[in-house]
Every structure is written in C-alpha cells, then in structure tokens.
Design a binder for this molecule. Structure first.
Ligand SMILES: Cc1cc2nc3c(=O)[nH]c(=O)nc-3n(C[C@H](O)[C@H](O)[C@H](O)COP(=O)(O)O)c2cc1C
Length: 364
C-alpha cells in the first residue's frame, strides 16, 4: 500500500480511523526552520470534525504532538513525526457494515484487495487519514511562505447545484473563507449552501460540492517534465483525497469549448520578467509554472454513508437493506478546504526543493 507522497519533501501518513491515532512522518524537511505545534494546529482545527452543524459530530480535538525532528523549536533536518490521538471511537456503529459493504464506499474494494479490512470505520479509507496530510501540509506551507512568500487559499465554490460567483483571486484570504461555516466567501451563496447541506442531512442523505484553490507568488520554473509535470502531480495529489471525482486546472473543461485566439494567454512585460494578460493556463505551461497564479478546482461526490435505507446485497450476495449508522458528514467540502490547501503545499514544497537541487547541480 502506498502511503508515501513526494520525492524530496517525502510524507508518509499512518493510522486507521478507529485505531489509537493518526499522523505522519516527513522526511526531507529542510533544517534550521523554526517550528512548533502552533504552526500546525490552526489547519488541523479547520479540518477537524464537529466544528459546526454542517459536519460529523464525532468529537475529536485533534491536538497535534511533534515526536521527532524538532529540537528547541528548530527543525533538525531529520524525520519529523507528528501524532494525533483518536479519542472518540465508536466501533459498535460499524457492526452491520462489517457484513454489508456500503454502496460507493471502500468496504468492498478493500476486502477484495487485502482479504481483510479494519474492523470499524473506514480504516485507511476514512477521512481521518487526511489528518497526517494536513499536519504535513502546514509545515510545507510554512517553508513555502518563509522562502518564497507563497500563499495558498482554497474555498468552497459550489455545493450541490449552488455555484458561488468567483471572488477576487488576488486578494482572497482565509479569513474571508472562514467567515461562514461552509467556507464560501460569498455570503448569499454560503447561506444557500448551508441550507442545502442541512436539508440533505435532515433527509438522511448527503450532497457533493466543488473546492476552488489559488496559489499565489509562485516562482516560474517549478515542475519536472515530463511525467512529474506540476499538473500531473496536482492531479495525483488532489485525486488521492477521499471522495474526489475530478480536477480542472485553469480553464479546465470549459477551455475545450474555446478557440485558441481567445484561449491563448498573451505575454506582457511584468517588472523584470514576462507575465500573461489572461490566465486560462492556470499558471502552468508545459507542466512548469510560468509565475502567474495557479488556479484549479476539485469535484467532491456526496459522501457514501447515508442513513436513508438502501436496497443492496451483503458480502455473501444476499439481498438486504442498509440504513447506515454512525456519525457522518452530510457534505465533505467545508472540512476538505484545508486538505486541498495542504496537498497543494506538499506538491509545491517538493517541486521547490527539486528545482533548488537543480540550481545547485554542480557536485564538488
Ligand atoms: C473531509 C472528508 C470527510 C469525509 N467524511 C465522510 C463521511 O462522514 N462518511 C462517508 O461515507 N464518507 C466520508 N468521506 C469520504 C470517504 O472517505 C470516501 O468516499 C471513501 O473513502 C471512498 O473513497 P472514494 O470516494 O474516493 O472512492 C469524507 C471525505 C473527506 C475528504
């Protein structure tokens, strides 16, 4: 099972949803960087369950502890281990689901692959696995912010059929995003989204959504042709988040309906470098950043575990009706904003280190 992501900034996540705890080991974080738990906790708080009526009520404080790789508040360059204890496990909620695979969850595929699965919860398929990614992403973000002044901001741009107008991509900050519990910076849309989530929850159902993301102050030249193009790595990073179904970079699928004359981003002089007048490329050309803002969006499906009765079959193939128990998210996007930002940070930190290595290529 591949639980490791990255080449130089290498992150391994560990832990199951209802086990002792979850976390990450980061190998390759540069030394001499100031770091303590307060750099990591804010993003974990934005991901944690039970943060509003729109999320699962599972009560997890998700307090992070740094177990290694940091001495006196300074990174040593050795592996950094981050751990979060699970405190609110309720394995009994999952008794029935051991016999009946949840439609569109990972119970059936894990059983087919390993012949065994975690006895409760989704094991590694649960969103609790993403605690490790968000903790590691916070460190990657700190590195990117200190070395390059890179800013990463994601927000909920759609829930079900409700689409919010685009905010100003150059000035949007996380404070604007966090003003509503649904994490949409446009207040009228945020209200409608909240209503849609609560209505689905009351009906025992769930809804999907879209998260958009911008990465600003990106130096030109990040991305490794040809198989590790930044587009390819962003797609891998985003589609590895549970419940994702699609990613669009820059103009995305809409670009396929345009003519080249309208879609081309013509060059203009911007300070000492070239920039582009428009940004349909989403800041990436030839798999390499061009210095413009990176823009992309990620589609999330409605979560699979719903309490409405579903006619299905058990693992033996017998007809049955599943009414899932347990505490579940009626919509994952409000909590997934921090996960998208974290995965973007992991891709950028890794590529920044790879580019730095190329710049220092002469070995003495
Ligand atoms: C933040 C977040 C919270 C999630 N919460 C739930 C949940 O409460 N119930 C559920 O069935 N799926 C939830 N999921 C999605 C499942 O983890 C995911 O659908 C499952 O692992 C199957 O994988 P797939 O949807 O990528 O195929 C959540 C995903 C994220 C990102």
């Amino acid at each position: 099972m591949s639980s490791t992501f990255g080449t130089l900034f290498r992150v391994t996540t560990f832990g199951e949803s209802h086990g002792q705890g979850v976390g990450t080991v980061i190998d390759g974080c540069p030394p001499k960087m100031p770091l303590d738990e307060t750099d990591i906790q804010p993003q974990l708080d934005r991901r944690r369950p039970a943060q509003s009526e729109l999320t699962t009520p599972r009560e997890e404080a998700d307090r992070v502890a740094i177990l290694s790789g940091v001495d006196n508040g300074i990174t040593l360059g050795s592996p950094i281990t981050l751990m979060v204890k699970n405190t609110d496990q309720r394995p009994a909620d999952y008794r029935r689901m051991r016999l009946v695979p949840r439609p569109s969850h990972a119970d059936y595929t894990y059983r087919m692959k390993y012949g065994i699965q975690a006895l409760s919860g989704g094991g590694r398929a649960s969103a609790r696995e993403t605690v490790g990614r968000v903790a590691a992403g916070a460190i990657a973000e700190k590195f990117l912010s200190e070395r390059y002044a890179i800013e990463i901001v994601a927000w909920v741009s759609a829930v079900a059929a409700i689409e919010a107008p685009s905010p100003d991509l150059e000035s949007l900050i996380r404070k604007d995003v966090d003003r509503s519990p649904v994490r949409c910076p446009d207040s009228p849309s945020a209200e409608k989204m909240q209503e849609a989530i609560i209505a689905a929850q009351k009906a025992g159902d769930s809804v999907g959504g879209i998260i958009s993301c911008v990465c600003r102050n990106i130096p030109a030249g990040l991305g490794e042709p040809v198989f590790d193009k930044i587009e390819a790595l962003l797609a891998q990073a985003m589609l590895s988040i549970p419940a994702t179904k699609g990613i669009e970079i820059g103009s995305g699928f809409a670009g396929s309906r345009m003519r080249g004359s309208a879609h081309n981003d013509v060059f203009i002089k911007k300070g000492a470098q070239l920039g582009t007048k428009t940004n349909y490329s989403g800041g990436i050309q030839g798999g390499i950043t061009n210095g413009e803002t990176i823009t992309f969006r990620v589609a999330f499906k409605p979560p699979a575990t719903i309490s409405l009765p579903q006619k299905t079959v058990d693992f033996e193939g017998n007809d049955t009706v599943l009414e899932a128990k347990g505490r579940h998210d009626p919509c994952v996007v409000p909590r997934a904003v921090a996960i998208v930002e974290s995965m973007a940070a992991l891709v950028l930190a890794d590529l920044a280190l790879r580019q730095k290595m190329r710049e220092n290529e002469t070995i003495r």
